[in-house]
Design a protein around this ligand. Structure first.
Ligand SMILES: [Zn+2]
Ligand SMILES: [Zn+2]
Length: 352
């Protein structure tokens, strides 16, 4: 009989069951990782509600993780049992038009571990050895489980490629807080962040954002940006909410020649209004970015382990695997929570 492990299986929409399932069997190019922590992400909530990957249920989600290598496939090079690791979750086919161009995120058969295939709300996960990253000694397992979201922010920052001394607006104070930090690190100024959560805006301020503005305190974010940029508009705007309204605001607050970083995920069929005029005579530009991939992962580890980004103020709580269902709902209710980590090894909730 196969070895068994505990896992949180999303059986159908709105139903999570923690139960015994077989430990994944690894192939020659894989490793088996014993999970330490998995951060809960908005994507997990979307899967729970059937907004995303509904055709993949039943499955085990979880994609922001850290753990220890338990077993190596025979082609797994440069790794050993006991290594503290995380893994790039993005899997390309390797042979399509996009993969050959090195654009794995656009792959025709793109999938992500824990989003389209079984992930890490479990005791063990199987991952391709080539995508495993060893955590630097200075990184805790909790920080290791936060590499994935930071890599997404880094990917977007590279695509946007903000120039030193330029103004940056961030709309949204989820991962927006880290976008603001990244803009500070790139020597942008002023860095302006809008959000609906005072605690998170304070964290952004502590991370050296110049203006952290609650949307209830102002009449119109566009007018506010005009005021703070001498009437010109922002050089760069990062939309990190994912609504049509905020995308339209983002375009409106860009200066001529400015660039929008599209980061927040809207509904698949949502549509926004833009005047083509803005692209032609205004020379406005857009960069999209959907995940962190390849070198974005070691770059995230480098920035955290050298203290350029300190994610700890964003860590709220650790909970046992059995509390995943509770935690998913609690994150919707309690605005003071930011990142909750799930662990198969702990038995009670711990505040961080
Ligand atoms: Zn995520
Ligand atoms: Zn491909």
């Amino acid at each position: 009989m196969a070895n068994m492990m505990k896992a949180a299986v999303f059986e159908k929409i709105g139903v999570i069951k923690v139960k015994e399932v077989p430990v994944p069997e690894i192939g020659d190019n894989d490793v088996l990782i014993k999970i330490k922590y998995t951060g809960i992400c908005g994507t997990d909530w979307s899967i729970y509600n059937g907004w995303y990957s509904a055709d993949k249920l039943p499955m085990i989600p979880g994609h922001e993780f850290s753990g220890v290598i338990d077993k190596l496939g025979k082609n797994a090079k440069g790794l050993k049992e006991g290594d503290r690791v995380t893994a790039d979750i993005n899997i390309g086919c390797g042979t399509c038009f996009y993969c050959i161009r090195g654009e794995k995120l656009l792959c025709d058969r793109f999938s992500q571990l824990g989003i389209h295939t079984n992930g890490t709300f479990a005791e063990y996960v199987k991952a391709p050895a080539a995508q495993v990253h060893i955590l630097p000694d200075k990184l805790s397992f909790e920080e290791g489980a936060f590499i994935e979201p930071v890599s997404c922010v880094i990917h977007a920052a590279k695509a946007m490629d903000a120039r030193l001394g330029s103004s940056v607006v961030v709309i949204g104070c989820g991962l927006g807080v880290l976008h603001a930090r990244m803009a500070v690190l790139r020597a942008c100024a002023p860095v302006i962040i809008f959000g609906d959560n005072r605690k998170r805006l304070q964290i952004a301020k502590d991370m050296a954002a110049d203006y952290a503005i609650h949307i209830d305190d102002i009449a119109d974010p566009v007018a506010e940006v005009m005021k703070l940029t001498g009437g010109r508009g922002a050089d760069y705007v990062i939309e990190a909410v994912g609504s049509v309204k905020t995308y339209e605001q983002a375009f409106a607050m860009l200066r001529r020649g400015g660039k929008l970083s599209a980061f927040g995920i809207t509904g698949e069929h949502d549509e926004m209004k833009i005047r083509p005029f803005e692209f032609v005579l205004g020379e406005k530009k857009v960069t999209g970015s959907c995940a962190g991939v390849g070198s974005d992962w070691p770059d995230a580890m480098t920035l955290i382990s050298n203290g350029r980004i300190d994610p700890k103020p964003l860590f709220s709580m650790k909970v046992p695997l059995e509390d995943l269902d509770w935690a998913l709902h609690e994150l919707r209710k309690d605005m003071s929570l930011f990142k909750i980590f799930v662990s198969p090894d702990i038995t009670k909730r711990e505040l961080m």
